[in-house]
Ligand binder design. Structure first.
Ligand SMILES: [Zn+2]
Length: 583
């Protein structure tokens, strides 16, 4: 560090506009901080401005500060740290390692024409006294502790619903999956139950377990409360001692592993307090050649295992509007370019059960319009989706129904269509028809009407200039009514236009090795339709009272000359006087 007055700007700062902008910053800071301003010469030679100075406040206090200007300055803000102990200032504004929140976190609060000197004049006193404007968000300490272990691939799952206030210590039963990976020792674990010191049960896991935690090793580890737990400072090794306190090691996967949990009252949301979880781990790896007295062991390595929340309220927090998918069972017929993204999206948003019907095979050629990639080649579509969904979205279970409606079947041992459809539609709340086959759509229309089920049918035109997502209420317009409405002349009551390009089959192709003609559209256009299907499913299940009349949503993706951004029109679909569904 060199005094500012002795500092010779290196070419990296002197010649570029961004460099001169940094030098102007130094001048402004110097006029208030005076002699105290020091510049890191080595960093400056590399174009980075790193400085230290004492900043005078109007009330007579002088505050020692360190500032780092990122190489993206002035578009992005400089970072400012206290050089004294941050614990004497409000936690909300003075983070770990003394980082000061002089502005809200959002990057929009810093503009390229602002200067640090002005910012300090305006905000530093407020930040230190805790009187300034603040982001309406909590500063949970588990976030900072978790960040010490973030890259290890390890985690422990807990549930925010557990209420442990009033208890100081106890034990947790933990399902532990330990493995060695390229980045070291990985622990994937879930707390199954939390007990108080006297053994009474305080909380139990209800969420389904992700596949990564599939293990039968349940071990007991201690937990204790420390409401004074502070933010971690320094490296994991330096701080982990505060939270790795247990004595009991358990042996898993060729290592002795000790977990210990610390619970600390923290601000989880703005002005809302609850318990933060911090997990300290100590590992003693076994050295393979063991002596008669048991395996030889390497030295103990302490670390932090990030604690993640995956209870029902935790998963649903970010998107409360999809709560209607919880507890619901949805059948999807046809798992091609329209059905497969819809199925995955329904699972991602928390649909409890999916019944998926198809019997086609995933191939290199069709994966360009399919939801999953090369890892599914050679697999039946329904099986590939079941495996993927149940692995990635543990709260969704999938019934794979291997069947293609309408294929000839002479084998008496293979169940008929009715059996397969009964299996598919057993206890479902909604049916999604992504078969893109009018005959199948008509059949599903009949069955859903008989069963009083809502049906959402989605299809695209052969050249993908348009498509439609159609809601069929069992007592309103059916798929055959829809065909009548399309045939009704324009200008007459009840007319609904075909999607653009619906009767243009000139662009269909037959790729080598494929048994049928296929269309030439892209998955990113088809997804418009899949996503509208999912939105409609969420709406229909959220407010069924508002969905009593069938409705056609038609999208236009092309104006014959060029592709256009999607535009939608909505038409109600009443029962047609000539349709058999009236009787
Ligand atoms: Zn009808």
């Amino acid at each position: 560090m060199k005094p500012y007055t002795d500092f010779e700007p290196p070419p990296a700062l002197a010649v570029t506009p961004a460099g001169r902008r940094r030098l102007a910053e130094l001048q402004k800071l110097h006029s208030a901080a005076g002699e105290s301003l020091l510049v890191d010469e080595e960093a400056a030679a590399a174009g980075i401005l790193r400085i230290e100075f004492s900043w005078p406040l109007n009330d007579g206090r002088t505050i020692g500060l360190r500032a780092v200007y990122p190489d993206t300055f002035p578009r992005l803000r400089p970072h400012v740290f206290l050089t004294c102990d941050p614990s004497e200032y409000p936690e909300r504004h003075c983070g770990s390692e003394g980082a000061l929140c002089l502005l809200g976190r959002d990057t929009r609060y810093w503009q390229a024409n602002m200067s640090l000197a002005e910012l300090l004049d305006e905000n530093l006193a407020h930040v230190l006294d805790g009187t300034g404007a603040e982001d309406p968000q909590g500063e949970p300490i588990e976030y900072w502790w978790n960040s010490l272990g973030q890259a290890s691939g390890s985690f422990v799952l807990v549930d925010s619903r557990w209420k442990l206030s009033g208890y100081d210590e106890g034990t947790v039963d933990v399902l532990v999956n330990a493995s060695r990976t390229e980045i070291g020792r990985t622990i994937r674990a879930a707390i199954l139950s939390v007990r108080a010191g006297d053994g009474s049960l305080l909380g139990e896991r209800v969420a389904p377990l992700p596949a990564a935690v599939s293990s039968t090793a349940i071990r007991a580890f201690p937990w204790r409360r420390d409401d004074q737990l502070s933010l971690p400072t320094g490296s994991a090794e330096q701080t982990v001692g505060k939270v790795a306190y247990g004595k009991t090691y358990v042996t898993c996967d060729g290592a002795d592993i000790r977990l210990s949990f610390t619970i600390s009252r923290t601000e989880l949301q703005h002005n809302e307090h609850g318990d933060a979880w911090v997990c300290g781990m100590a590992v003693r790896e076994h050295i393979s050649h063991s002596s008669r007295r048991g395996p030889r062991r390497k030295d103990t390595v302490p670390s932090i295992v990030p604690v993640f929340r995956d209870g029902e309220i935790d998963i649903g927090y970010r998107v409360p509007s999809v709560a209607s998918l919880r507890g619901k069972r949805i059948a999807v017929v046809g798992l091609g370019a329209l059905g497969s993204p819809a199925a995955v999206e329904l699972a991602r948003n928390g649909c409890t059960s999916l019944h998926l019907m198809d019997d086609d095979v995933v191939e290199p050629g069709n994966t360009i319009r399919w939801e999953l990639g090369a890892s599914s080649w050679g697999t039946k579509k329904q099986d590939a989706l079941k495996r993927f969904i149940e692995r990635e979205f543990p709260w969704t279970s999938v019934l794979a129904v291997p069947h293609r409606i309408g294929l000839p079947n002479c084998d008496p041992h293979i169940p008929g269509e009715t059996d397969r459809l009964n299996e598919l539609l057993d206890s479902v709340d909604l049916v999604v028809d992504a078969s893109a086959a009018p005959g199948v759509t008509y059949l599903l229309g009949d069955i859903c009407r008989e069963r009083g089920l809502s049906l959402i049918s989605v299809f695209a035109s052969p050249n993908l200039h348009g498509g439609a997502v159609v809601f069929h209420h069992p007592e309103s317009g059916c798929p055959v009514c829809m065909a009548h409405a399309n045939e009704t002349p324009e200008g007459k009551s009840g007319h609904i236009p075909y999607p653009n390009g619906m009767n243009d089959e000139s662009t269909l192709v037959q790729p080598p090795g494929c048994s049928e003609l296929t269309f030439t559209g892209a998955s990113f256009d088809l997804k418009e339709l899949s996503l509208e299907t999912v939105r409609m499913a969420v709406d229909v299940l959220s407010s069924p009272d508002e969905w009593t009349v069938s409705e056609v949503r038609t999208v236009n993706l092309h104006n014959v000359k060029r592709r256009m951004p999607p535009s939608w029109r909505i038409d109600p679909l009443e029962r047609h006087p000539d349709c058999g569904c009236r009787s």
